[in-house]
Each structure stands twice: as structure tokens, then as C-alpha cells.
Design a binder for this molecule. Structure first.
Ligand code: NAD
Ligand code: TDX
Length: 330
């Protein structure tokens, strides 16, 4: 099976490539990645079954020539950080909308199976302290330029299924954590701050809730959908991991040997979504998926160990990232 993995030099895509090579001896992978600030060649495994092509998912000619040579496309490539989208939405529109459009057109021309990796943020947010969760029937209501461009890309996939009979599936996952995540994101930012002797930074009061899932659980769900998912369907991926941001920071501090209140509050993110929570019943019941990483604290400890052991992987990103946050006042 020849897989084209877009964004395979980014956090979730690189973990997907690693897991796929490990678990599926019959699979070979081509990574198509523009190697933006978020892509890292060191995340892509050196393996005779993995090839890295540097290029843009919005490049119609390149995308056509690659898609036609593969059995399936797994589309991770995106501009993925909310704070960046509030600073400049332009690359979000280009990659998340135009890039997805070019991939869909090539998959349609060549009759190639397509899986679109999306986010729970397309549904907007939920109130704090209620039992509500997102389901596949929740109306789209995105808040940021990032989530609105992801929502637009999902809607295009649905339209290509209905109008052109494209064999496509969509997954909307909650917040991922694990190795190879860029240090701009919440958890690696705090871990690497502490390694550098800098206090963790909490947006606002830190009451916002995210539904954390280990990246390998996300990627095993993507495999379940690729193999057993029904064309045209949307599957929500989540592992019942709701934790508020303040508790996450306190846990990281404690696991790294600091007092749990040794952090600072910084300016809140404009339009900051309050709470995400996923109801993954469909994925569990229909496809028999279940998460392997039940213990968030243990997963965080392993992630901290990974950043301690892999400083050369993240060091080059850190200064640039913190300069950007300084400019944004966060
Ligand atoms: P990431 O920012 O770590 O990686 C994105 C990758 O895409 C990078 O390697 C980057 O170089 C590449 N890329 C960007 N623009 C490109 C272009 N025009 N052409 C080719 N490659 C390009 O992101 P991530 O956190 O790994 O997220 C991957 C996907 O999963 C995204 O679609 C995101 O919306 C979705 N998602 C992420 C999370 C999360 O918690 N991180 C949760 C749910 C869904
Ligand atoms: O320094 C910080 N302090 C802080 O309190 C950072 C970087 C973030 N936060 C807060 C904002 C969020 O409430 O932590 C929470 C998580 O922030 P991010 O890591 O930026 O993630 P989020 O905005 O929730 O989006 C993530 O999950 C859904 C991914 O970045 C998206 O790609 C994915 O779609």
C-alpha cells in the first residue's frame, strides 16, 4: 500500500509515519511537506520505505503527479496554530483551503482514497461545567481564522463526496500531546520554558478546558478509519481527557520538580474557546477503536522525558517562538 502523507514532517503527521512503518510492513510512505517553520526533517524517520518530497499542497502540478502514484492520501498538512492565525490569517487560507482543494481535485481525477485530518475546533466551543460534548451532528461554528479555514476544508471534502463520489472520510480530533510537537503549542512550550529556567505562561485565568489525547491514539484511530471507515462519513476522535489549562500547568510543574504555583498569567488569547469535549461513541462502536493511553499524568511524564532527551530537536525553534510570543504580548 502506497500512502501519500501530507504534512508528514509536522507533529501528528510524523508520528503517523513512524507508527505506520512500525505497525504495517506492507506500507510505504511518501511525505509531501513544505517544511514551513512547523516542519522538521528530523521528525521524518530515515527508512527505505519513507520518502520526503519538499513541496506545497497548493501546487496543483506537483500534487497531481504525486496523488496519481498512490493508493491513498492522508491529509495532515495545515497551518495549525490559533495564535498565528490571529496574527496573520493569509497562510491559513492558502494552505488549509487552497491546498485541500488541490488535493481533492487530484484525488477525484485519479480515483484515489482520501482521508482528511481535521479538528474539533470546527464546532466552536462548549460552556464550562456542562456534560455537553461535540458529536458528528453538532453544527459548525468556528471561532478563529485557523478553525474557520479547517471548517471550510471539511465542507469541501463533504461536497466532493456528494457531488463527485470521492471516496473520502473526515476525522475531527481533540488536542493532541506527545513527542515531536512544536514548542509554540501549550504543553511543549511550558516544558521547554522550565528546562530553560523560564516560568510557564498561562493565558487568562486558565479555566479553559481541552480534551487531551495522546498522538498515537489519534493516529491509530486514523488507521481504523482508513481501513474500516465508511466513505463519506465523519468520525470524532477523543479519549475523554478533559483537563483545564491551569491544572495542566500545575501538573507539568509538579512533574518537573517545581512548586505548582510557579507560573505566570499572561494576556488572554482573543476569542479564546472555552471548552472542547468529544463524544467518540461512533468511532468506538462502529470501528472498535479504544485509546491505549488512559493516564494523562503518565503520558505527560513521558512527554517531559522526551523533551529532556531531545533538546537538539527543539532548540532551534525555541528562540524564534518566544520572540514571536513577546511581540504578541503572550
Ligand atoms: P503542525 O503544524 O505540527 O504540522 C503541519 C505540517 O504541515 C508541517 O510539517 C508543515 O511544514 C506542513 N505544511 C504547512 N503548510 C504546508 C503546505 N502548504 N504544503 C505542504 N506542507 C505544509 O500540525 P499538527 O499539530 O501536526 O496538525 C496536523 C493536522 O492535524 C492539521 O490538519 C491540524 O488541523 C490537525 N489537528 C491537530 C490537532 C493538534 O492538537 N495538534 C488536533 C486535531 C487536529
Ligand atoms: O502558552 C500558552 N499558554 C496557554 O495558556 C499557550 C501556547 C496556550 N495556552 C492555552 C490556550 C489553549 O486554551 O492552552 C490551550 C491549548 O493551546 P494550544 O496548544 O495553542 O492549542 P489549541 O488552541 O487548543 O489548538 C490545538 O488543538 C486543536 C491545536 O493547536 C490545533 O491545531 C488543533 O486543531
Amino acid at each position: 500500500m502506497r500512502l501519500l502523507v501530507t504534512g508528514g514532517a509536522g507533529f501528528i503527521g510524523a508520528n503517523f509515519v513512524r507508527l505506520s512503518l512500525e505497525m504495517r510492513p506492507e506500507v510505504s510512505v511518501t511525505v509531501l511537506d513544505l517544511l514551513t517553520y512547523a516542519g522538521n526533517t528530523a521528525s521524518v524517520p530515515q527508512d527505505p520505505r519513507a520518502t520526503l518530497v519538499k513541496g506545497d499542497v497548493a501546487d496543483a502540478e506537483l500534487v497531481d503527479s504525486l496523488v496519481r502514484e498512490h493508493d491513498a492520501v492522508v491529509h495532515f498538512a495545515a497551518e495549525s496554530h490559533n495564535d498565528n492565525s490571529l496574527d496573520d490569517p493569509t497562510p491559513f487560507v492558502q494552505t488549509n483551503l487552497i491546498g485541500t482543494f488541490q488535493l481533492l481535485e487530484a484525488a477525484r481525477r485519479h480515483g484515489v482514497r482520501f482521508h482528511h485530518v481535521s479538528t474539533d475546533e470546527v464546532y466552536g466551543d462548549l460552556p464550562l461545567g456542562t456534560p455537553d460534548k461535540f458529536t458528528p451532528d453538532t453544527p459548525y461554528n468556528p471561532s478563529s481564522p485557523y478553525s474557520s479555514t479547517k471548517a471550510g476544508s471539511d465542507l469541501m471534502v463533504r461536497a466532493w463526496v456528494r457531488s463527485f463520489g470521492l471516496e473520502a472520510t473526515i476525522s475531527n480530533c481533540s488536542n493532541n500531546y506527545g513527542p515531536f510537537q512544536h514548542v509554540e503549542k501549550f504543553i511543549p512550550r511550558q516544558i521547554t520554558n522550565l528546562i530553560d529556567g523560564v516560568k510557564p505562561k498561562l493565558y487568562g485565568a486558565g479555566l479553559n478546558v481541552r480534551d487531551w489525547i495522546h498522538v498515537d491514539d489519534h493516529n491509530r484511530a486514523v488507521w481504523a478509519i482508513l481501513e474500516k471507515g465508511r466513505a463519506g462519513e465523519t468520525y470524532l476522535i477523543g479519549a475523554d481527557g478533559e483537563v483545564d489549562n491551569k491544572t495542566v500547568i500545575e501538573t507539568v510543574l509538579e512533574l518537573m520538580g517545581h512548586a505548582p504555583d510557579d507560573y505566570e498569567h499572561v494576556a488572554d488569547r482573543p476569542g479564546h474557546d472555552l471548552r472542547y469535549a468529544i463524544d467518540a461513541t461512533k468511532l468506538r462502536d462502529e470501528l472498535g477503536w479504544a485509546p491505549l493511553y488512559g493516564d494523562f499524568r503518565a503520558g505527560l511524564a513521558a512527554t517531559i522525558a522526551w523533551y529532556r532527551d531531545n533538546e537538539p530537536w527543539w532548540r532551534a525553534q525555541k528562540l524564534e517562538t518566544e520572540l514571536k510570543y513577546q511581540r504578541l504580548g503572550r
